[in-house]
Design a protein around this ligand. Structure first.
Ligand code: NAD
Length: 473
């Protein structure tokens, strides 16, 4: 029997389930269709499990370095099975939490694969959802007033470097490794590549990163990317930039060998396994888009600033629309879309106010324009930079690498960008995010009193440094 809803959300990831909760709070009768598990990539194959592994790697590294804190230990040994069990128990706890939130919000969850149908006996417009149920029962028909497509993305592979789940992995397979390899080649030095390089190096794996562009983390500010290159090298990671991987040269035999063109020479790289982290593709296939007027360009669904597609009652958010493929962006977009459906007047998202974080060691966090992007936009910039080396709490922590960099407009004093590399910066970036939302100047950031001793003092000092007024540097 067909069920009627105000909203059906296709995909129960961080974008979809957050949107569903907001919709239910707004009084919309809401359902989610999810083919795998609620929580999606972020909870099961992305943010949470990878951060759990990174935390174990951090504890392992710090235990090895315990002597510098006056603590003598035997040489620590790694039990990777327990590391994986801990990761899974965190994922399971959060998964139960999301399931509980669906019950609390009276959101119906359909476990199956949803497809959008065109105009039919159920509705004169496209948007009825047919759900092929995972339990093999008859398809469910859902007739919604609005649809939200939040089907996410999947790891890209390169022709010739197809994921075999064994020698060649994407981050999906890497998260489920039962044992650590002795060595790994990572193709792609972006966010995933660097988080994995940092984690695996801390676990004691021999890591090589092959990055196509001249810099790792190419979308970050150049100073951050250079500092991360230095930090990764310090960990023993072999970073090769401007490396053109030659997929046809791959050989698999007790490990993999691959060649790459580097500085005009062909160089061979050998490792036990390979991780391919060259971006993610939007999940636009088989979901019935062809039955609608929805426009797909360059593999991603096109929307307006309220996330409406060409079919104004069908919205799309998150990785499936491209842009900043971040969990917190997807959930924010979901909230905007749902508020718009409910005839409220949400503020469109400003990409320059979106913080992004990399959970390597050291961490990276940023919001706003890089120095290069600011100059390209025509700003005459002034820059303040402050090192963690000069921050008392960083010395106390024993983590003094990195800095905070603040970029402002010389003419208006407007805050243009904040970029950080160092200890716990992913937890510190929200201050800069708030400053961007409130349109604060560096002077106002510095006026806000930063307690002593804290790592956040580096932000206050960098803000003063924009006008040469820093105290401790
Ligand atoms: P990415 O776009 O961050 O990095 C891909 C890298 O691969 C780039 O540096 C690119 O130059 C390089 N590359 C592309 N083709 C190559 C080739 N043939 N040989 C060598 N290098 C090549 O993508 P990702 O790291 O796969 O991450 C995917 C998405 O997931 C990103 O949007 C990322 O922001 C998101 N993500 C975010 C987090 C986080 O917020 N901490 C964590 C993981 C993933």
């Amino acid at each position: 029997m067909a069920q009627e809803y105000d909203l059906v959300v296709l995909g129960g990831g961080t974008g979809g389930y957050v949107a569903a909760i907001r919709a239910s709070k707004l009084g919309l009768k809401t359902a989610i269709v999810e083919k795998r598990e609620l929580g999606g990539t972020c909870l099961h194959r992305g943010c949470i499990p990878s951060k759990a592994l990174l935390r174990s790697a951090e504890v392992f590294r710090q235990t090895k370095e315990a002597d510098q804190y006056g603590i003598t230990t035997d040489t620590p040994t790694l039990n990777f099975t327990k590391v994986q069990e801990r990761k899974q128990s965190i994922v399971d706890t959060l998964h139960k939490g999301v399931q509980g939130l669906m019950k609390k919000g009276k959101i119906d969850v359909y476990e199956g694969f949803g497809r959008i149908l065109g105009p039919s006996i159920f509705s004169p417009t496209a948007g009825t959802i047919s759900v092929e149920m995972n339990n093999g029962e008859e398809n469910e028909m859902l007739i919604p007033k609005n649809v939200l497509v939040a089907t996410g993305s999947n790891p890209k592979s390169l022709p010739g470097l197809e994921i075999d789940g064994d020698f060649v992995m994407s981050s999906d397979e890497a998260l489920h490794m039962e044992e650590l390899p002795e060595s790994i080649v990572i193709v792609g030095g972006g966010v995933i590549g660097i988080e994995w390089a940092s984690m695996l190096a801390d676990f004691g794996v021999e890591v090589t990163v092959l990055e196509y562009l001249p810099h790792i983390l190419p979308t970050e500010d150049e100073d951050i990317s250079k500092e991360m290159l230095k930090q990764m090298k310090k960990k023993g990671v072999n970073i090769v930039t401007s490396a053109k991987v030659l997929p046809d040269t791959i050989e698999k035999d007790h490990g993999i060998t691959i060649q790459a063109e580097v500085a005009g020479e062909t160089v061979s790289y050998k490792a036990e396994r390979m991780l391919v982290s060259v971006g993610r593709s939007a999940n636009v296939k088989n979901i019935g888009l062809e039955n609608t007027d929805i426009q797909v360009d360059d593999g991603v669904i096109q929307t307006n600033e309220y996330y409406q597609t060409k079919e104004s009652h069908i919205y799309a958010i998150g990785d499936v629309i491209g842009g900043m493929q971040l969990a917190h962006v997807a959930s924010h977009e979901g909230i905007i879309a749902v508020e718009h459906m409910a005839n409220n007047e949400p503020h469109p998202l400003d990409p320059e106010q979106v913080p992004s974080c990399i959970y390597s060691n050291p961490e990276v966090a940023s919001v706003g324009l890089t120095e290069k992007a600011a100059k390209e936009k025509g700003y005459d910039v002034k820059v303040g930079k402050f090192p963690f080396q000069a921050v008392g709490k960083a010395l106390v922590h024993g983590e003094t690498d990195g800095f905070v960099k603040i970029i402002a407009d010389k003419e208006t004093d407007d805050l243009l960008g904040v970029h950080m590399v160092g200890p716990h910066v992913t937890d510190m970036i929200s201050e800069a995010g708030l400053a961007k939302v409130l349109d604060a100047t560096p002077w106002e950031i510095a006026e806000s009193i930063h307690p002593h001793p804290t790592l956040a003092e580096a932000i206050g000092e960098a803000a003063m440094a924009v006008d040469g007024n820093q105290i401790h540097g």
